[in-house]
Design a protein around this ligand. Structure first.
Ligand code: PHE
Length: 490
């Protein structure tokens, strides 16, 4: 409709002066007319000038000045033609709002000289602001400078913008009717290809975004961690049990039964089934022994160890529970060195805030071999973290019930120029390993970190709830970039 009207009109006329008027005269929708003009212009059928017009409303203050004149004009008028008037007298005779605005605007315009006494600097002034406001009320156009001035004084506010075209004329490819170029190579098109003008290819056109599945950032980072471990020769431990007994989660790790982490304020205990069904009895006996009275060169904790406490089921508080099961299983056979890792969920009864949830993922690695030392631990950690892109790391002594010595790991964030706490590590205690039955020269070096922390850093997430839980936005997941840790540095 609009296209025929425009091309048809230009066949007999030189120009369409204004797309708005044209739409009204031809009873067309202006939006459609604009779209057609844009498209026809793109193909060179016509030429047109884009027009943009701002409409303004006078503010209440603006309306007042338009009707009564500006405060600066009244201020000026109150100053005698000859001589001076005191500022106090002016304050008394003028309306407070007129005095306030007038006493700043009139001297700014160099109409009056201000001091304790006020005098005129010129004999006659024009209230141009009032004039401009009256013109705007009549719908006349003002120059840019004036508009800016009135806007800054908050005398006018934008009401709407109108866009359209003026000077619409025939273009270099004008034709009274648009030619449709075939865009497909059909058999019919090929039959007379010599006469055909095909639509040009647009090699810059973007394809439709694919509606495919997307990995969550935690899974992307987890994949990279897995790859790094696998490249370093580690095997994955089976972590498919969120429910664990206190025995494997704490007791086997030489964590005393009075330890605060074993309190329900820190750990989620299960109501049903509240206790575990079976534990390896002879090993349980050795664990009891080592807690109560020690052995293997240790004095133990010297308290009465209770089986009921060890039987309690809980949601595992760390994946080290799985490591203890794996090492126990390893101790059963003839000794072979092992490198194990796991990445899975753990649960802690914590106050939830922007960096903590009651569940998170732990990344854990351990190496079990004869004669390993702190030097091995430090070397492996250096290798592991440099593959993650953190080649500057340092250690601080810390305490874990199951490791001695224990080291907290910090990494240097080159972008932020600061040290970040990134993990925990240590050498498993003999009180943990020997009751399992591992040979006494076997050492196990191990470390753990959270998956959330590096993910939040890599994906610039300030609040953990945007990463995990019901506040996660699918759009953010879809748009999250691939994770490149372990790729560049491998
Ligand atoms: N389990 C420890 C934690 O919860 C991490 C760790 C694993 C520490 C292995 C030392 C050795 O933080």
């Amino acid at each position: 409709m609009a296209e025929e009207a425009i091309l048809g009109f230009l066949k007999n006329n030189d120009e369409i002066p204004h797309s708005g008027d044209f739409s009204v005269e031809h009873d067309l929708d202006h939006e459609e007319v604009k779209n057609v003009i844009k498209s026809l212009q793109g193909f060179g059928y016509i030429e047109a000038k884009a027009v943009r017009k701002e409409f303004w409303d006078l503010t209440d203050e603006g309306k007042k000045y338009a009707a009564e004149g500006t405060p600066e004009f009244h201020f000026f008028s109150a100053v005698p033609e000859e001589g001076t008037i005191s500022i106090d007298d002016l304050r008394r005779i003028l309306d407070p709002s007129v005095f306030q605005v007038g006493s700043t605007q009139a001297p700014k315009k160099q109409w009056v000289a201000m001091g304790n006494q006020v005098s005129r600097m010129v004999q006659h002034v024009e209230d141009t602001v009032k004039e401009m406001l009256l013109q705007m009320q009549q719908g006349l156009e003002l120059d840019k400078e004036s508009l800016k001035y009135l806007k800054n004084r908050k005398l006018i506010i934008p009401a709407k913008t109108w866009t359209g075209y003026s000077d619409v004329k025939k273009g270099p490819n004008y034709a009274p009717k648009r030619k449709i170029f075939p865009s497909d190579l059909t058999r019919e098109n090929l039959e007379n290809w010599e006469e055909l003008e095909l639509k040009e290819y647009n090699f810059n056109a973007k394809g439709q975004p694919l509606d495919a599945g997307h990995l969550h950032p935690l899974l992307k980072v987890r994949k990279q961690f897995k790859d790094i471990f696998c490249q370093m020769g580690f095997e994955e431990m089976p972590t498919n049990n969120f429910v664990e007994s206190s025995f494997w989660n704490f007791d086997a790790l030489f964590q005393p039964q009075q330890h605060p982490a074993r309190d329900s304020h820190d750990t989620f205990f299960l109501k049903a089934p509240s206790t575990t069904r079976e534990l390896p009895e002879d090993y349980v006996e050795r664990v009891k022994q080592v807690h109560e009275s020690g052995g293997y060169g240790s004095r133990g904790y010297n308290y009465e160890w209770k089986r009921e406490e060890a039987n309690k089921n809980l949601l595992r508080t760390h994946t080290t529970a799985v490591s203890s099961r794996m090492l126990y299983a390893l101790a059963k056979g003839p000794f072979t060195p092992k490198k194990y890792f796991s990445i899975d969920r753990v649960f802690r009864n914590e106050a939830v805030d922007r960096t903590h949830l009651a569940e998170f993922h732990q990344v854990e690695g351990l190496i079990c071999d004869r004669g390993l030392t702190m030097g091995d631990l430090i070397g492996v950690l250096q290798e592991f973290f440099s593959r993650l892109g953190m080649s500057k790391i340092r250690f601080k002594p810390t305490y874990n019930p199951y490791t001695e010595p224990s080291m907290e790991i910090s990494g240097y964030d080159e972008a932020k120029e600061e040290w970040l706490e990134i993990g925990n590590s240590g050498i498993f205690r003999p009180e943990m390993l020997q009751p399992m039955g591992l040979p006494d020269d076997v050492r196990v070096i191990a470390w753990g970190l959270s998956l959330e922390r590096p993910t939040m850093i890599l994906y610039k997430t300030e609040n953990i709830r945007e990463l995990f839980g019901h506040k996660v936005q699918l759009k953010k997941i879809k748009e999250s970039r691939m994770c490149r840790i372990g790729i560049e540095s491998a």
